[in-house]
Design a protein around this ligand. Structure first.
Ligand SMILES: Cc1cc2nc3c(=O)[nH]c(=O)nc-3n(C[C@H](O)[C@H](O)[C@H](O)COP(=O)(O)OP(=O)(O)OC[C@H]3O[C@@H](n4cnc5c(N)ncnc54)[C@H](O)[C@@H]3O)c2cc1C
Length: 423
């Protein structure tokens, strides 16, 4: 399955893995040495691979400080369509000359098959800070998120709209939260801390978050606790200056305690289907884009209500880029074998089994396409371009010609992931 870690080079601070290695496996192996990659995985990292991450480009762990997955890559060994093995560059620095590594990053597999990947290493953080806030509006939430991203103090900064808050609350049980926290504290060697933190979550109950509002969660990291706290204090000032109320910091603690949890959020709280659609916007255009999404949903509210379709929106900061806005569509429909394979059996057993619902499915697809077009009009960029997002429409003619030329040169018979990137 090509999932080995080939070399951890502690002198040059690089790690080389086979493309099928998961983020979770790499994280565990590096943690034992006090090391980490700068971007260190998606929330799906229990199963998502580093090859997939380099091909899709992705965000989450570390993105508030280090940007997207592709930005942590130094070099790759790629197998071309005709079997040629191509090394993209020096295995300790990037770029050396024109960025040949970059050509294959975020290509959604359309230019070649990644075999080995070399990533940068950084020391694993020794101290952490966590804070949560609630806001009345998305404008304030995005303003705070933008200021926190620009200040560089947080390693992860993400937020949920009121609907997504409610969905999360429905899905996750209190006991699993307390257990996750206990596990984290034990890992850090503090049994007493584990009991205290677990008890705090139980005491705060389900009321630690004002579900009716927007939430924003901020994580900081540093070599010392004083530094992590100082970064957190700075983020707190920025949030409060934008109208935030501070709430219990349970969510960021829980998520960090189990960074690569089971992929149960693939289905909605009552077993609904889930389709996340996202855009990456510069901060200057994030609010306008969010407004446009709200207008789109409001316009179709009656039809969505009639079909049992609902939405929930996630936002997060990406260092040096801006804000991800990710509206998720949920609709009542049957699950498929991929869901049944991926979601934990115990979780699946608790969910209602829904019947196939072609009408709701068709409307959800229509809404998905409307969001794709909306993001295009708003000038968003995307991860996971695949066959979904309008990447080629966004290129000027000269850039598009170069892309087509590259594809022809690397894969003349169009064998590699045909249709992806619109090629
Ligand atoms: C519950 C859940 C949570 C998620 N959380 C996040 C998140 O936090 N952040 C985020 O960005 N995304 C997230 N995702 C989306 C998804 O997990 C990511 O896009 C992830 O990077 C996919 O990795 P994979 O290994 O599963 O790739 P796959 O889905 O198997 O492949 C993705 C694409 O890459 C290509 N590819 C894969 N490996 C190679 C290779 N070796 N060479 C060439 N091409 C290759 C495939 O052909 C395909 O086009 C989430 C998904 C789920 C279901």
């Amino acid at each position: 399955s090509m999932d080995r870690i080939l070399e951890i080079n502690e002198t040059d601070m690089t790690v080389t893995v086979e493309a099928g290695c998961t983020w979770a496996a790499l994280y565990e192996a590096l943690r034992a040495k006090g090391l980490r990659t700068p971007f260190w995985g998606t929330l799906s990292g229990l199963q998502a691979t580093i090859g997939g991450g380099m091909s899709q480009n992705c965000v989450f762990w570390g993105s508030g400080r280090y940007g997207t997955a592709a930005q942590s890559c130094i070099a790759m060994e790629v197998v071309l369509a005709d079997g040629t093995i191509l090394n993209t560059g020096a295995k300790f620095t990037r770029p050396y000359g024109p960025d040949l590594t970059g050509i294959f990053l975020a290509d959604t597999g359309s230019l070649g098959m990644k075999a080995n990947i070399t990533l940068r290493l950084v020391p694993e953080a020794e101290a952490h800070g966590y804070a949560s806030f609630s806001f009345e509006t998305h404008d304030d939430t995005l303003a705070a998120l933008g200021e926190i991203e620009r200040s560089g103090v947080s390693t992860e900064c993400f937020g949920f709209d009121p609907s997504l808050n409610a969905i999360r609350m429905k899905r996750d049980s209190l006991t699993s939260d307390a257990k996750a926290l206990g596990k984290m504290m034990k890992k850090q060697g503090s049994v007493w801390g584990a009991i205290k933190e677990g008890a705090k979550v139980v005491a705060a109950g389900r009321d630690f978050m004002d579900e009716a509002k927007f939430s924003l969660h901020v994580l900081t990291e540093a070599r010392t606790q004083a530094a992590a706290d100082d970064d957190l204090e700075h983020a707190r000032k920025l949030a409060l200056a934008n109208g935030a109320t501070e709430t219990e910091n349970t969510i960021p603690k829980i998520v960090r305690a189990n960074p690569f949890g089971p992929l149960n959020s693939m289905l909605g709280p009552e077993g609904q289907r889930w389709a996340p659609v996202h855009g990456l916007l510069p901060h200057s255009r994030a609010v306008a884009c969010y407004d446009a999404i709200k207008t789109l949903f409001a316009h179709h509210q009656d039809e969505m209500d009639a079909l049992g379709i609902f939405t929930g929106t996630l936002v997060s900061g990406v260092s040096g880029s801006g804000a991800i806005i990710e509206p998720c569509l949920y609709w009542p429909d049957a699950s498929n074998p991929l869901h049944r394979d991926t979601v934990e059996d115990a979780h699946l057993a608790k969910l209602p089994q829904l019947d196939a619902n072609p009408e709701a499915w068709a409307f959800a697809q229509k809404m998905k396409q409307a969001l794709v077009d909306l993001f295009y009009e708003q000038g968003a960029a995307h991860l996971q371009i695949g066959r979904t997002y309008r990447y080629r429409d966004s290129l000027d003619p000269a850039a598009d010609a170069l892309l087509v030329h590259l594809k022809k040169s690397l894969d003349p018979r169009g064998l590699m992931n045909p249709g992806s990137l619109g090629l």
